[in-house]
Design a protein around this ligand. Sequence first.
Ligand code: SF4
Ligand code: SF4
Ligand code: SF4
Length: 247
Amino acid sequence: MKIKWLRKLIQIAALIILLLPIWFTDLIWYGTYISAELVGVDLTDPLTTLEITLASKTIWTPLIISALPLTIAAILLGRIFCSYICPLNFLLELIPLKKKKTLQTKLLPAVALAIVLILSAILAVPVFNVASPVFALMRVLIFGVGVEIILFAMVIGAAFIWGQKIWCRTLCPLGAIYGLLGAKRRLAIKVDKDNCINCGRCEKVCSMGTSPLKNSFADACTCTNCGDCVDACPKKALSYTFNGLKR
Ligand code: SF4
Ligand code: SF4
Ligand code: SF4
């Protein structure tokens, strides 16, 4: 089975798990992608945790502890939230892949992340949490259509104009924090250089505008470990490895 189809199945399962608590309250899982409880363990996403800590100017130990599971998962597995869970990514991947290099600067998401954190501290509000297209889509799915729909409609519109993952590649602070956490991850795409014929197909298929052949820190942060390049390689020179990034 191609990784792409396995990934689609996991994305759909993640959506179903997100929506199940609307109808069933006695599940082992309860909550959203921002904050949830899984078999009695509290989970909060690392960006929300940082934003709330900066906005409240308080270090609240239970919140910090609840961020550890997803933080450790990102350190080990990289941006798998992006490629396997994010509902916005699932929608974006229905749009034809079109990449325009003009708007691509791999540092921009980190800059957006810094701005979001500074604004959270200044305004005393978790800024991205309130104005995130990812969480807006999640709220629309759970609570119905509201004004939030404008946010992710803008991202979808931008995807039609500038390419499928323009938001992810150039701005999303949530992707940026997962990218930074996973820059030295264990789960990575390994290149068998003996089999590689430099055909460039892996770069062409990469919706994030990188390739497993690129070595920079920015490229390591940008790759979501989606596996699309593994599927595309005609020489089977690419595979997942748990031995870390050794390109
Ligand atoms: S970069 Fe943001 S919108 Fe894109 S897949 Fe990751 S979390 Fe979702
Ligand atoms: S698709 Fe495979 S063979 Fe082609 S450049 Fe990439 S790794 Fe090398
Ligand atoms: S380099 Fe490969 S695994 Fe990484 S984002 Fe691109 S296609 Fe996905």
